[in-house]
Design a protein around this ligand. Sequence first.
Ligand SMILES: Nc1nc2c(ncn2[C@@H]2O[C@H](COP(=O)(O)OP(=O)(O)OP(=O)(O)O)[C@@H](O)[C@H]2O)c(=O)[nH]1
Length: 399
Amino acid sequence: MVLAQLGGSISRAIQQMSNATIIDEKVLNDCLNEITRALLQADVQFKLVRDMQTNIKKIVNLDHLAAGHNKRKIIQQAIFNELCKMLDPGNPPFTPKKGKPSVVMFVGLQGSGKTTTCTKYAYYHQKKGWKPALVCADTFRAGAFDQLKQNATKAKIPFYGSYTESDPVKIAVDGVDRFKKENCDLIIVDTSGRHKQEAALFEEMRQVSEATKPDLVIFVMDSSIGQAAFDQAQAFKQNVAVGAVIVTKMDGHAKGGGALSAVAATKSPIIFIGTGEHMDEFDLFEVKPFVSRLLGMGDLSGFVDKIHEVVPTDQQHELVQKLSEGNFTLRIMYELFQNLSKVGPIGQLFSMLPGFSAELMPEGFEKESQQKNKRYMTMMDSMTNEGKLIAAYLLIRNL
Ligand SMILES: Nc1nc2c(ncn2[C@@H]2O[C@H](COP(=O)(O)OP(=O)(O)OP(=O)(O)O)[C@@H](O)[C@H]2O)c(=O)[nH]1
């Protein structure tokens, strides 16, 4: 997982500090230096790291802390808060309202995952009862319209584009007008990407933006972009009114610190992350649970939410009651696992539990365990009840 190494290094630094008998200036400095090194290694911009270190030192003034104060807790909390601050610029983005037409424009470099992310964003909202539509204003890459068309058709989302029109502004305006007339409430405009930031890309982007007047511009960034992230994100922000960021390919093994830099450069929050190539590998991004997970502190509320997501509402009360009575049978376990396999890789669930270190997860574990789960479930569906119970037991032993 992206940023796993960073999370591991920071939690180790905090752990070492916690193990010290006395927390003095030296112990604090060692801990902060360790964290600084980890952030720089993860490609976070130098200025951000330096500011973070200065802020923590200001907050944790050991000389002024009265005896009896829990210094470890105060330092840990300061680190947590500063990491959250790095990811949360404090400007909530424009939030589209269901039933009211909003235009959302996607921008980013070529290959960052814009087209894939447009469909994921549309699909996410469609599942929640919205009426989204996709407009392909990418006339630069041959095949971009076909890709969007294919994704949109699969998800049954209306789309608009052209094989003959070469003016992206005209396509964008026609598409937006058409879907406004059709009462779509989320009109998503995909724009062209280029190899690197270049004047022609920015000019085209500006024109599409001026013509369609988007309510929100989303900057899509590949998590593996590294140190270049800050400058690139800033260049986009200077040309169009970027209001939010989506970081893609968080399922890979990139260092990922660029994501933090992009937030600082655009002064815009990350709203979603892409965690795979499939349509539903897309998660809402919330700063505190993310940092909490990153530091191995878990995200129990997220874990409970996931359980609520997979257990039908009318069965939740019964399940809790059975569990509290110690009535946890293999049948319940089988049903739970059958539902859990629908919410995604088991590793993502584990990462919500306190003390979990994503660093220890072998490469490809998530995908492999998800595939394994699917295979088990397909096999189990055709079995007798006794067979299902035995298979559920084997499944647990294999996870
Ligand atoms: N693993 C992984 N792959 C992703 C993710 N998002 C996108 N991709 C892949 O990244 C590649 C590029 O994605 P596109 O959506 O075509 O990128 P684009 O930004 O639209 O590219 P241009 O239209 O050329 O600007 C594709 O192979 C996608 O399947 C993600 O979250 N995880």
